[in-house]
Ligand binder design. Sequence first.
Ligand SMILES: Cc1ncc(COP(=O)(O)O)c(C=O)c1O
Length: 386
Amino acid sequence: MDKLIFLDNGATSFPKPDEVYSFMDRFYRNFGVNPGRSGYDLCMETGELVENTRAMLTEFLNGKDPNRLCFSYNSTDALNLIINGMLKEGDHVITTNLEHNSVLRPIYHLQEFCGVEADYVPFDSQGFVDPDDFPKRFRKNTRLVIVNHTSNVIGTIQPIREIGAQCKERGIPFAIDASQSAGKIPIDIDRQNVDVIAFTGHKSLLGPTGIGGLYVREGVEIRHTRAGGTGVRSAVRTHLEEYPYRLEYGTLNTLGVAGLHAGLKWIQKKGQESIHKHEMKLATMLRDGLKDIEGVTLYCLDDLENHIGILLFNVDGFEALNTGTILDVDYNIACRTGLHCAPLVHEQLGTSEIHGAVRFGIGPFNTEEHINTAVQAVKGIAESRK
Ligand SMILES: Cc1ncc(COP(=O)(O)O)c(C=O)c1O
């Protein structure tokens, strides 16, 4: 067993489909120029790939206007643009205990330095927020509701459609962090009553690091919190108002766009639903295997309906970090341990005091053999304690 078993797909998907590597290589060798800045052929062709990818992603999210799909560097970048561009002093925001630090920290900064108020909705014992928990927190000055579509810690898919409906009824903008969900499960900005979507390219969309984006529904405006080059209308003194320039700053990561393009095409060829089905079959095997091991605690895994292939557990008598080290050193299994950049999840689960938990994240290239090995490895660790 000399080959790495990669079960850290919640952090980033690895490996990527071969088509992603080969397309990026071909693209950058042949079209690696700055798009939108000049009129020569190469520049136009690079621009075409960018615009094609904008259109593909817009359609994928069921958006209407590709110009409102802006590229960013990752979802942290997109979420900062959203949170800082939609909230100002005296505003109130509602979010949840399921959030990643890329939502929590921008909000904490605004609370600490800009007089913004925030409410954090807890999740239930199985890891779901209740849509009815939102209306009672709405205030006159609530200007944004932002929710993690799919938890990166416990893998639960949140009822965004119902939360979105509550927001829509009161005219409050609703944003989702789709870092884990985009590429794994359907996102439909219209049907799910969402106003703004933040996504990252390197996780479920199977692209490289350094590319992500946001889609902003028509009628929702995000203030500029940065300014810089757009490649067009250079004489205008302030940053351009129109999309997509409004939320794009400086040279785009065109190599990242190319990789994202190839990742999305691969997903569409295989079928998002069949990838998810494969991952959930493995997730069920893994959950069932771990459940039967004495001394293993599973978190929010009673029912795998409304779940992605992210599983959280601990082994009695071991700190999560130690379990992870043994999995790595003795079994060549890569996973993620600790607080997973989502400290409120662990606070609510009661795992903060024991320094977090172990997370397995399943990806499209995992196999039943990987899962069997992982179950045997955890069993070995649990038995070594006796
Ligand atoms: C739910 C969630 N939000 C945000 C992020 C941040 O993504 P990125 O590091 O690509 O900005 C992650 C990454 O782990 C995540 O899982």
